[in-house]
Design a protein around this ligand. Structure first.
Ligand code: HEC
Length: 108
């Protein structure tokens, strides 16, 4: 029983420390300025230009940041993740926070 409680607790702690940098202050205007390289696929306001690409408008900010960190650090693979690995390789933590704030603020 104790192992279970401990496991759940450390999983929760790992999750919290993973999510914290994702919640670093994102700036919507900065995110919009940085989104020009994303617009070809995800649209200027996060509505995908093609059904093969995901819509990002109105998506949860923390989830977006988690997804972007996942592509960048190689934790998120499979599907079309390879496409996104190329586009996240050069992003800083601040870039990811700003982009996430921008897309989350858009109307779905
Ligand atoms: C060449 C087209 C293309 C460009 C450019 C592009 N993306 Fe993507 N994006 C994709 C595809 C395809 C996926 C789905 C990847 C997968 O299967 O995991 C995706 C997935 C994502 C996701 C995860 C969505 C979800 O619901 O899980 C986020 C967030 C994202 N992109 C943000 C960005 C940002 C920010 C940029 C610019 C820095 C960008 N993308 C540039 C094609 C693109």
């Amino acid at each position: 029983m104790h192992w279970l409680t401990k496991g759940a607790l450390s999983a929760a702690l790992a999750w919290a420390s993973l999510s914290l940098p994702a919640l670093a202050d994102g700036n919507i205007a900065d995110g919009q300025a940085k989104s020009s390289s994303c617009a070809a696929c995800h649209g200027a306001t996060g509505k995908a230009s093609n059904a093969l690409y995901p819509n990002l408008a109105g998506q949860n900010e923390a989830y977006l940041a988690l997804a972007l960190h996942g592509y960048k650090n190689g934790g998120r693979t499979g599907g079309q993740a390879g496409v996104m690995q190329a586009f996240t390789a050069g992003l800083s933590d601040q870039d990811i926070s700003d982009l996430s704030a921008f897309y989350a603020s858009q109307k779905p």
